[in-house]
Ligand binder design. Structure first.
Ligand SMILES: *[C@@H]1O[C@H](CO)[C@@H](O)[C@H](O)[C@H]1NC(C)=O
Ligand SMILES: *[C@@H]1O[C@H](CO)[C@@H](O)[C@H](O)[C@H]1NC(C)=O
Ligand SMILES: *[C@@H]1O[C@H](CO)[C@@H](O)[C@H](O)[C@H]1NC(C)=O
Ligand SMILES: *[C@@H]1O[C@H](CO)[C@@H](O)[C@H](O)[C@H]1NC(C)=O
Ligand SMILES: *[C@@H]1O[C@H](CO)[C@@H](O)[C@H](O)[C@H]1NC(C)=O
Ligand SMILES: *[C@@H]1O[C@H](CO)[C@@H](O)[C@H](O)[C@H]1NC(C)=O
Ligand SMILES: [Zn+2]
Length: 616
């Protein structure tokens, strides 16, 4: 058992080390007490919970140096370094070639950090037609310079791979060094204002519709094979922009275009490469760039509580799903029978995954050969980095070469263009799947030995939030199979649905969908734990055995907020953490009761609820 002193008063880094070594041997009561200590260490009692709940629950986090994501990342790194350095049980290794590749990559990364960027051989001497040049660099991950090209699934068929083409999101990355850049910048500003329609075309149709761009050259170079032009499907946006851009680039100086593309690739290489040459930075870099290899190895050799975690997570998830089902029984939004059926079918179809990995029944052979086309050396990091970027683009495009461009769901995992791996759970509407990264399954975010109130308030909220993404104004458009559906669109247009959206925007928000997921996720998790007809005013709570001060509903709110304590990455696509916590609690009307806030607001201000039955 950890003594009070060691956890509460020692400085943060020592606290990390201690908890890493000692957590594994703790009992259920001890781990719950440790959770309480983390909560208490973050508390700032000078702030009134009713005034700013985040300020109260998290206001003191910096004095104990605990940042939840940093903590789980450090543990991940610490566990993976020895494995990638060769300390693992060889008998258990079912994918030795994958392991060899990953170890080589890691070794070169820690030993050889080149100072200047050297371009891949095939890019050094070129004088290509511009679409060929763009495709050559696209192979190494460069995207969105003149247009953005990604592989996704068809809007109406989530099992069919398509190419999406559109104008890049940002104009800021165009430096007005060359003439074509200045003109392109102006072009984008002009066309950005226009509402763009998405066209669904074959490659043949694309070539006819936008002849200003040599698409055949582009795809031949990118895919290194001759394509069937009536079989490849594309979803194309910003058609007018693409036409004018094609004309502009045809007229431009090829040498200058290529030089510009190469400087952009160098910038991309720098972003992909970890800033330092530490082993920890290499692990995080590999986690983003080579997700399948890292996830497989972590799952095989580090993640040891899957068998305990899985049934628990399934149970929390089943509880949330059942509660959402009760919400639907009350039918607050007054959906028609068809619409209710659509929502219910979708709800029942949501899949939960621990770890961004393919189907668990897939063979070890799949893992062993998946990175076969990449050639990693144990000494040349620059070479490896290009190989890894090349591999990623190749794997992303591979489904296009399958018969009927079919996506194989058994081997599916997320392999997108990121340089920082995802730590937090996410929902994919096209797959109707909620994934919890394995790195997230660690104390203090989750531990199977924690008291259920901790698991239900933090993981329950997270799963509730992600589940709610299926039913906000963007997610609702996708049906249970991940296809866009007119029924979803009609639900979104309902006056009751629109009123709920409006309510959630009474105070400013960076992202409406995140806010809706927060509100509904917290309400769902709370109702699932305490029951739908719960009234904490009428119940007498006694503190649990592991804590003498707080009663259950208070602990629930505090541990929910605990997730948001710390130096989370600068909010991208979310409101700041304090806003998220305060707004979500303000819209759960039991919160004011649980903390005995003086009811200043009128009784009719029940908060914004979308799916929750009226009066709960
Ligand atoms: C903040 O935490 C420190 C150390 O845990 C504690 O000594 C201090 O009283 C706390 N401050 C507040 C305002 O709660
Ligand atoms: C290898 O791992 C085992 C078990 O984790 C550990 O006991 C041992 O000290 C490690 N050996 C080296 C050389 O790091
Ligand atoms: C999807 O839409 C495309 C174009 O709009 C159409 O050609 C195709 O048949 C549709 N597929 C399905 C499965 O409905
Ligand atoms: C190209 O694809 C079309 C439609 O999918 C198919 O009918 C045709 O046989 C294919 N052609 C070749 C040469 O494979
Ligand atoms: C294209 O640009 C390069 C480098 O700026 C220059 O040397 C070359 O003469 C230009 N070519 C033409 C045809 O203008
Ligand atoms: C693999 O990369 C090394 C350079 O690190 C190179 O010497 C070797 O020829 C490459 N092998 C293949 C098959 O590409
Ligand atoms: Zn979200």
């Amino acid at each position: 058992m950890v003594s009070d002193r060691s956890v509460v008063t020692m400085n943060g880094l020592i606290l990390f080390a201690l908890s890493i070594v000692l957590i594994s041997g703790l009992s259920e009561k001890e781990i719950s007490m440790l959770t309480m200590r983390a909560i208490r260490a973050n508390l700032n009692r000078r702030v009134q919970p009713c005034t700013s709940f985040w300020g109260y629950a998290c206001g003191n986090w910096s004095s104990s140096y605990v940042d939840n994501f940093q903590l789980v990342e450090e543990r991940y790194v610490r566990a993976m370094i020895p494995v990638l350095s060769g300390n693992y049980s060889k008998e258990r290794m079912k994918a030795p070639r994958l392991m060899q590749k990953m170890s080589d990559y890691f070794q070169a990364c820690t030993r050889d950090q080149p100072k200047v960027v050297e371009l891949p051989q095939e890019l050094r001497s070129a004088n290509s037609e511009w679409t060929t040049a763009v495709a050559k660099l696209r192979k190494y991950g460069l995207n969105g310079v003149f247009f953005e090209e990604t592989v996704d699934v068809a809007y109406n068929d989530s099992l069919r791979s398509v190419v999406q083409i559109k104008m890049p999101d940002s104009s800021f990355d165009l430096k007005p060094t060359a003439q074509f850049n200045r003109e392109l910048f102006a072009l984008r500003s002009r066309y950005r204002k226009e509402e763009s329609k998405v066209e669904s075309w074959t490659l043949l149709e694309l070539k006819q519709q936008i002849p200003q761009i040599n698409w055949q050259n582009y795809f031949n170079e990118l895919l290194e094979t001759e394509l069937n032009e009536t079989a490849l499907r594309l979803e194309v946006s910003d058609v007018d922009y693409l036409r004018v851009m094609g004309e502009l680039l045809q007229r431009s100086n090829k040498t200058q275009l290529e030089e510009y593309l190469c400087t952009r690739l160098v910038t991309l290489e720098r972003a992909a490469r970890s800033r330092t040459s530490t082993a920890a930075a290499c692990i995080n870099h590999m986690r983003a760039l080579l997700p399948l290899g890292m996830n497989y190895i972590y799952d095989q050799f580090v993640y040891s509580s899957r068998s305990q975690d899985t049934p628990q997570l399934n149970e929390i998830f089943a509880g949330l799903r059942a509660m959402f089902g009760k919400y639907l029984d009350a039918n607050r939004l007054q959906l028609s029978a068809e619409q209710l059926d659509y929502v219910r079918t979708k709800l029942m179809g949501i899949k939960l995954k621990i770890g961004n990995l393919p189907d668990p029944l897939i063979s070890a052979e799949f893992f062993d050969t998946h990175y076969e086309s990449a050639n990693f050396s144990s000494s040349d990091f620059q070479h490896n980095l290009w190989q890894a970027l090349r591999l990623r683009t190749r794997l992303q495009h591979a489904p296009l070469l399958q018969p009927a461009a079919a996506l194989d769901v058994r081997s599916y995992y997320v392999n997108d263009d990121v340089f920082e791996a995802r730590n937090a759970p996410y929902f994919e509407p096209e797959r109707n799947t909620l994934t919890v990264p394995m790195i997230f399954m660690q104390f203090p975010l989750y531990d199977y030995r924690q008291h259920s109130i901790f698991r239900s308030s933090l993981m329950g909220f997270i799963l509730g939030h992600e589940m709610s993404h299926a039913f906000e104004h963007e997610g609702i458009l996708y049906d249970a199979a991940g296809n866009e559906s007119p029924i979803g669109l009609r639900i979104r247009q309902l006056a009751t649905f629109q009123a709920a959206l409006k309510c959630a925007q009474q105070t400013r928000t960076v992202s409406l969908k995140e806010r809706l997921a927060d509100f509904n996720g917290l309400q769902l998790a709370y109702d699932t734990f305490f029951g739908l007809d719960h009234n904490s005013q009428q119940l007498v709570y006694r503190p649990y055995g592991f804590d003498r001060e707080f009663v259950a509903p208070q602990l629930f709110h505090m541990n929910f907020a605990q997730f948001f304590c710390g130096r989370l990455p600068p909010a991208i696509g979310h409101d700041m953490d304090d806003v998220r916590v305060n707004e979500a609690e303000r819209n759960l009307h039991q919160f004011a009761i649980d903390f005995k806030c003086r009811q200043q607001s009128a009784p009719q201000s029940m908060g914004c609820e979308m799916w929750r039955p009226i009066g709960q």
